[in-house]
Design a protein around this ligand. Structure first.
Ligand SMILES: CC(C)(COP(=O)(O)OP(=O)(O)OC[C@H]1O[C@@H](n2cnc3c(N)ncnc32)[C@H](O)[C@@H]1OP(=O)(O)O)[C@@H](O)C(=O)NCCC(=O)NCCS
Length: 159
């Protein structure tokens, strides 16, 4: 009997996956606010590359990617709640790292809620990135009360 993870495949993101991704985002409101759910994610999906985790024809996780300032940036990342903490986010990140190497880009990066802000859901997000060796390379204050500090984090994917 194969385990659950083996039955979940990581595939390149295609238009046919957009609805499934938006359904996951709807179910993760602690991380994706209304603007993200209704505008930012749907728009970005049309313009970013990425990967999805697919189980039995259903999208259960995703990562979107774009190139900026010489780095491959993670735009959006999410795993269906009941499948979190089972290694799926790590597999999606692995696919993103392989893509960076394939594109001859040496850093994977993203930004997220700063660690000066107490908000438990994003502590999970930061723990995930710390576990994978991301380090802060920039901090910025914003005038968004929901996100007063952003941290910009990156990881070297090749020596
Ligand atoms: C971040 C996220 C994608 C991680 O996916 P995941 O499949 O749960 O992650 P993994 O199972 O691969 O976890 C890898 C490591 O991350 C850390 N981690 C993951 N979930 C954690 C949690 N709930 N609490 C503490 N650490 C956690 C752990 O170090 C874990 O390793 P371990 O299980 O060996 O201790 C997932 O939590 C998620 O979808 N979060 C909501 C959306 C989000 O934060 N998106 C990013 C901003 S757009």
């Amino acid at each position: 009997m194969r385990n659950k993870q083996e039955l979940i495949r990581i595939e390149p993101l295609e238009t046919k996956h957009h609805c499934g991704i938006l359904e996951i985002v709807e179910r993760l409101p602690e991380w994706f606010d209304e603007t993200a759910r209704t505008k930012s994610v749907p728009t970005d999906l049309r313009h970013q590359l990425g990967y999805v985790a697919v189980s039995n024809h259903r999208v259960v996780g995703f990562v979107t990617l774009y190139v900026t300032e010489g780095r491959l940036h993670i735009g959006w990342l999410g795993v269906e709640k009941e499948l979190q903490r089972q290694g799926l986010g790590s597999r999606l990140l692995g696919a993103a790292e392989s893509k960076a190497l394939q594109m001859d880009i040496d850093q994977l990066a993203t930004y997220t809620l700063g660690d000066s802000v107490t908000y438990q859901p994003y502590e999970v997000t930061r723990n995930f990135y710390w576990k994978h060796g991301f380090k802060v390379y920039k901090r910025s204050r914003t005038d968004n009360p929901g996100c007063p500090e952003e941290i910009w984090i990156s990881k070297q994917v090749k020596p």
